[in-house]
Design a protein around this ligand. Structure first.
Ligand code: PLP
Ligand code: COI
Length: 361
């Protein structure tokens, strides 16, 4: 049953000319739309007070648990404008399901998938003029998140929680575009471990990844690839993306979901699309040794990273304290084929065979 949101239109919404100026060069995550969604959860009462309100600063008590213990989760998804002007979401229920999984891990309340999707639809509908034209792979990035807003310093699950959705028109995540990025393989830092929060999309994972990412920057790399913490052998994922290898014999290989990495929706979609393109999808354990030796020996000819923000970005090479490994396939031919196939679905340029799209406007 759809819930009725109390809609309070922004009195200071941007003019169409101001929106057009933002959409001409949105960058990534710099500008936000006129509104945001908020729903409150209180122990004993459940979810209540669903609202669409003007975008603006939150009023949080300085003792709010999220500010001290990081009890927070988020999602990342996009709305795409098709050629005919219509606006679509891509597999939004998958984000809603993952949000539930993240909430369970972080002792946050369960938000039904229907309500999650409805909240996203409310925001995209009211701020639809911020969904850019498809040119240059622009889209509206949507950020649902949940925070422990209760004012209380004891360490326990918060009894008052706020769910919010904000949105930002965006262009490409990487300044390099589809030119190929270098990835730093860190031997020193771990992002998550067995039993930890790696499979949850919680803010702390990203805070923990920053030190390694900055180490990567020092070596000219844009992202960092993490190796499993305990045995220091199994390849996991990048700071904010999943990773794939393409073998010379047409295998599309990605680390299996082990509970320490994020179950990426782009990753899952690529496995399905790749198979359609004649590749063999393989989810398995990949040791760092096999991964890097395979690149050096030419077993793996291409590599790419993927996620909602980054879409699918070809990787030119990997670097670590121990050396450098360049991919043979520097034309990224297969990566580009997969990338185009996924984007063609998202932007409605090809039939939606998997039934992944959901129309909003
Ligand atoms: N891994 C991490 C750590 C991420 O932050 C993301 C981005 O959301 C992904 C993988 C890719 O997930 P998705 O394709 O669902 O965006
Ligand atoms: C996404 O791809 O949606 C992400 O969350 C990655 C990053 C922007 C945190």
């Amino acid at each position: 049953m759809p819930v009725t949101f109390d809609v309070q239109p922004s009195p200071s919404a941007r003019t169409d000319a101001e929106v057009a100026e933002i959409l001409a060069d949105p960058g990534f995550g710099r500008f936000f739309t006129d509104h945001m969604v908020s729903i409150t959860w209180t122990k004993g009462q459940g979810w209540h007070s669903p609202k669409v309100v003007p975008y603006g600063p939150l009023s949080l008590d300085p003792s709010a648990a999220v500010l001290h213990y990081g009890q927070e989760i988020f999602e990342g998804m996009k709305a795409y404008r098709h050629e005919d002007g219509s606006v679509w979401l891509f597999r939004p229920e998958r984000n809603g399901e993952r949000f539930r999984t993240s909430a369970a891990r972080m002792m946050l309340p369960d938000l039904p998938v229907d309500l999650f999707v409805q909240a996203v639809r409310e925001l995209v509908t009211i701020d639809a003029r911020y969904v850019p034209e498809a040119a240059g792979e622009h889209s509206l990035y949507i950020r649902p998140f949940m925070i422990a807003s209760e004012a209380f310093l004891g360490v326990r699950a918060a009894e008052e929680v706020t769910f919010l959705v904000i949105a930002s028109p965006v262009g490409p995540y990487f300044a390099e575009g589809v030119k190929g990025v270098d990835i730093w393989v860190t031997d020193k830092w771990a992002r998550a471990g067995v039993g930890g929060t790696g499979a949850a999309k919680c803010g702390g994972n990203y805070a923990a990844s920053l030190i390694a990412q900055y180490e990567g920057y020092e070596h000219g790399c844009t992202q960092v690839m993490f190796i499993e913490a305990a045995e220091k052998d199994r390849v996991e994922e990048l700071g904010g993306m999943n990773v794939f290898l393409i073998s010379a014999d047409g295998q599309l290989v990605t680390p299996a979901l082990t509970g320490t990495i994020l179950d990426g929706i782009t990753r899952d979609s690529i496995l399905a699309v790749g198979e359609q393109l004649g590749l063999t999808p393989v989810e398995r354990r990949l040791s760092a040794q096999e991964f890097l030796d395979g690149i050096a020996e030419g077993t793996f000819v291409e590599a790419f990273c993927c996620g909602t923000a980054a879409v699918i970005s070809p990787i030119s090479g990997f670097k670590s304290e121990r050396g450098e490994w360049r991919l043979k396939g520097q034309d990224f031919a297969t990566t580009v084929r997969i990338r185009d196939a996924v984007l063609d679905i998202q932007y409605g340029r090809t039939p939606d065979r998997f039934d992944w799209l959901q129309r909003v406007v």
